[in-house]
Write a protein that binds this ligand. Structure first.
Ligand SMILES: [Zn+2]
Length: 889
């Protein structure tokens, strides 16, 4: 298919205006096969009668097409690229198209899924980003919005839902009320034996849907989801001053979904992993709440007012990300949502923004729809949301909201651009935002902020300043309003708490980037001087003099979870830049996570430490000791929660996070323990060995060569669900034998029958740290096979498969050279190129991190105890950090 270019979209929108779509889908054959009939009648006007254009239709066969009653040539050669040419348009036009279309297994267009548990078939339509034409003939671009009148024929036992409210007018026959004007990319439906839960809130009919095999779980979780939905709806009504504009609000949980969720008006779809089958932590529940709030924000940002073209994607995603986090924190029980954002999502943005593929939040140009897909990354979401948070600090919340209300009122049911939004905000605030927008939204990359302080001999600040450095690759005059926090220990030790936070305006023109903070002069120096305290801005941050060296003592006692998140984020950035040895970060994690009370912080830092620091940034030499130390840390968390005390509650999440961490770091000495847990022996009190945990245990045992195919098959027999099948596929690919690797690689590169999700699971398992000898040859195979795979498969498939199959643990100069060679080939398309550029950058950073680590720990990690008289010092009493000295024996 030929992607739509912006120039084509502009020309088509100048020529035609769509009055309405009438679409009829016949899904009665889909239980038996992928094909369905799609009939569309489009009414549209043309500003230049006599001119021509094209309609998008991605069909298997075109049976009939008529423009104003005249037949349109449907010879296959005419529309093979997904475009049917239309000639001789009149001022008022009616186009009729009858087509045979095909369901996919890639989550694009009408996805068809067969539940492995009960054999039931489920469909859902994903029109985003340019896949609406896989479902019905349309002018598929965001600024040709039109009402849609849908009718569907489906098997009689099926439930069918769409954007508008539906009525079963006869057995198997559904009619939906015409919608408000919709962009084609948000047109959706779900069809199948879905189970439905209904409720009403404030006059808005609410419903939840999922497939039958997940129904017992959603039955339990529906009250929480309804409660969150209602709370968010009330909050948005209060914030935006314009009621939810699309009638009913269905939320459908669907299988094998590519993204987190999709904001189709009246019918939001979510990946059904968000219906929890096993125990989850409060942080995971919070993430689900944020997704619910995020999608609801889109009802205004994106659905009511839609970007004109994909260059303003950020108008959708940055706002939804910002609002989703803000509303979750303000309107639900998940009051710490900004802490999770700081330690999780925001690091996704920081990492993306420092890669060679970085781009502005609002790029000046997105040439075509294929390029638009590449911008769905940490920049459009997390950086954009952070920039908005900073904007709110600048203009003030009241003016910000007043500007938004005016923007919605002016552009409701239409389209808008960055300039429209800035104009509304400027009018409301009386401020000229053009300089701000240029620096924050039009320029890539980020500033570095560094606190500096000079002390007198009594330990009082003589001078304090924040130094702002612009990125050398892309200088930009970014203003910041940033917090500078001074933290103290309580007398006699104990909690480290905020003594004072000063809000500092960093003016871009400040000489040398230096902004003095006179408020702190003459006050006593703190234990920690934290820049970006409160996490109001978006920047790389560094620590004040001596603070980095003190982190090991200060961080475990730092009382404010958001402050800890900011510290962890800065520490991660330091090792990503090879500015601080990975072993120091590891030592900090081993020490501070023992007492980490925030589940979100514990989960994220454990995940990053085990998955990136240990597996990528440390040489093989130090991995055993590192994992031992992490296992010990996890054990100490488990003991502290599972032991006698106030019992589970908040501790439940820490227990689960630590148990998962222990499993992921387990080595030979822990094989017995993993086996015991799997067999239900010696399980810590409060830990439930449910399907998810069982697959984790088995997966690690297989990696450790302590279990194999027999156990995998047995586990799959116990859990024959789709998720069970994905776990089994991933674990089979981890098996450390040449035949298993060969089989897995063949699946990744050749299997187009299985769903992309299932194949990606195999790809994810393929590379394992410590299997270098077994998989070394596959670096070259990746280089040889991926261009062909990319040519054969859809963008979402390429993104998932090429990403999962990348040799991420083959951290070696040879791997970098091989993938650079791949990038030099002429047959590498943009999606594959983007995946490889980003993953290659991660490899380079890992190489640099290893080099620094090895130079600073020449004798291995942790450093061997010093020789000489000091080694005989008795040291402090107490147990000390057991496990941090694994070689002392
Ligand atoms: Zn979104």
């Amino acid at each position: 298919m030929q992607p739509l270019t912006q120039a084509e979209a502009v020309a088509r929108a100048a020529l035609v205006q769509v009055r309405s779509y009438r679409v009829d889908l016949d899904l009665t054959g889909t239980p038996d096969g992928p094909r369905f009939a799609s009939t569309t009648t489009v009414s549209f006007t043309c500003r230049t009668p006599g001119a021509g254009t094209f309609v998008d239709v991605r069909a298997v066969a075109l049976e009939d097409a008529r423009l104003n009653g005249r037949g349109v040539d449907v010879d296959r050669a005419r529309w093979q690229g997904g475009r049917l040419p239309l000639h001789g348009l009149e001022a008022e036009n009616t186009l009729f198209v009858r087509a045979v279309m095909e369901c996919t297994n890639t989550g694009e267009g009408l996805h068809r899924f067969t539940d492995t548990e009960d054999g039931e078939v489920y469909l859902y339509a994903q029109s985003f980003l340019d896949d609406a034409a896989r479902v019905f003939a349309c002018f598929d671009q965001p600024d040709l919005k039109a009402p849609l009148h849908l009718t569907v024929r489906a098997p009689e036992a099926w439930e069918v839902r769409a954007n508008g409210a539906g009525t079963r007018v006869a057995p198997g026959r559904w009619e939906f009320t015409p919608t408000a004007p919709l962009a084609t990319y948000v047109v959706s439906l779900v069809a199948g034996p879905y189970q439905v839960w209904s409720r009403e809130h404030d006059g808005v009919p609410l419903a939840l849907l999922c497939r039958r095999s997940l129904a017992p779980y959603l039955e339990d979780q529906a009250p929480e989801i309804f409660e969150l939905t209602a709370a968010c709806l009330d909050h948005y009504h209060a914030l935006f001053g314009i009621r939810y504009p699309f009638g009913k609000y269905d939320q459908a949980f669907v299988p094998e979904f590519n993204m987190g969720a999709m904001e189709n008006p009246g019918l939001v779809v979510f990946r059904d992993e968000l219906v929890f089958r096993s125990a989850v932590t409060e942080a995971e529940r919070e993430r689900r709440a944020v997704v619910i709030a995020h999608e609801m924000a889109h009802m205004w940002f994106g659905d009511l007012v839609t970007m004109r073209w994909w260059d303003d994607l950020w108008l959708n995603e940055s706002f939804a990300e910002y609002m989703g986090t803000r509303v979750t924190a303000a309107a639900t029980r998940f009051t710490q949502a900004w802490t999770s954002f700081a330690v999780g999502r925001k690091n996704w943005g920081y990492a993306a923004d420092q890669r060679p593929s970085t781009h502005p939040v609002a790029p000046l140009e997105v040439p075509d729809s294929a390029a638009a897909l590449l911008n769905f990354d940490g920049i459009s979401y997390a950086k954009g949301a952070s920039a908005l948070r900073q904007l709110v600090e600048w203009v003030g919340d009241d003016d910000f909201l007043a500007g938004l209300r005016a923007y919605f009122a002016t552009h409701a049911f239409g389209n808008a651009t960055l300039d429209d939004l800035l104009a509304a905000l400027a009018r409301a605030s009386g401020k000229d935002l053009s300089g701000w927008a240029e620096a924050w939204l039009r320029r890539p990359r980020l500033d570095t902020l560094r606190p500096q302080a000079r002390l007198d001999d009594r330990g009082t600040y003589e001078a304090v300043e924040i130094v702002r450095a612009e990125p050398v690759e892309a200088p930009a005059a970014r203003p910041h309003r940033v917090g500078l926090g001074v933290y103290d220990s309580a007398p006699g030790g104990g909690a480290v708490t905020l003594r004072r936070r000063v809000l500092v305006d960093l003016e871009p023109a400040a000489p040398g980037g230096r902004t003095a903070v006179p408020e702190l002069v003459g006050t006593a120096a703190g234990r920690l001087l934290l820049v970006n305290d409160g996490d109001l801005t978006y920047a790389k941050t560094r620590f004040g003099p001596g603070d980095l060296e003190r982190l090991g003592e200060v961080l475990p006692d730092l009382a404010d979870p958001l402050a800890r998140a900011v510290v962890w984020s800065a520490a991660a950035d330091l090792i990503r830049d090879a500015d601080w040895p990975a072993g120091e970060y590891l030592a900090l994690a081993v020490r501070a996570l023992r007492t980490e009370r925030s589940v979100a912080v514990l989960e994220d830092v454990l995940h990053f430490t085990a998955g990136t620091v240990v597996d990528c940034y440390l040489p093989a030499r130090d991995r055993r000791a590192a994992r031992e130390a992490l296992v010990d840390t996890c054990r100490s968390v488990i003991d502290s929660v599972a032991g006698p005390g106030p019992g589970p509650g908040q501790g439940q999440g820490r227990l689960l996070a630590a148990a998962r961490g222990l499993i992921s770091c387990a080595q030979q000495p822990e094989v017995r323990l993993l086996r015991d847990w799997l067999d239900g022996r010696s399980v810590p009190a409060g830990l439930v060995v449910d399907p998810d945990l069982r697959w984790r245990l088995l997966g690690r045992l297989v990696v450790l060569d302590a279990a194999g195919e027999a156990e995998i098959g047995a586990e799959l027999a116990c859990d024959p669900s789709t998720r069970g099948a994905e776990h089994a596929a991933r674990i089979r690919a981890t098996v450390g034998h040449p035949a298993a690797k060969a089989r897995a690689w063949k699946t990744v590169t050749e299997d187009q029958v299985s769903s992309v999700r299932l194949v990606a699971a195999t790809a994810l398992g393929f590379w394992q740290p410590g299997q270098d000898d077994l998989t070394a040859a596959y670096v070259e195979r990746y280089v040889a096979d991926m261009p062909r795979l990319a040519a054969d498969r859809s963008p979402h498939a390429v993104r998932q498969l090429a990403g999962a199959a990348f040799p991420r643990y083959a951290v070696a100069a040879g791997t970098v050279a091989a993938v650079d060679q791949l990038l030099g080939r002429s047959d590498v398309g943009p999606v594959l190129a983007r995946v490889v550029v980003d993953a290659a950058d991660d490899l380079r950073r890992a190489l640099a991190a290893r080099e620094l680590h090895q130079a600073s720990h020449p004798g291995g990690w942790p450093d061997p105890p010093p020789a000489g008289p000091s080694a005989t010092d008795p040291g402090p009493p107490g147990p000390g950090p057991a496990g941090a000295e694994p070689v002392s024996g």
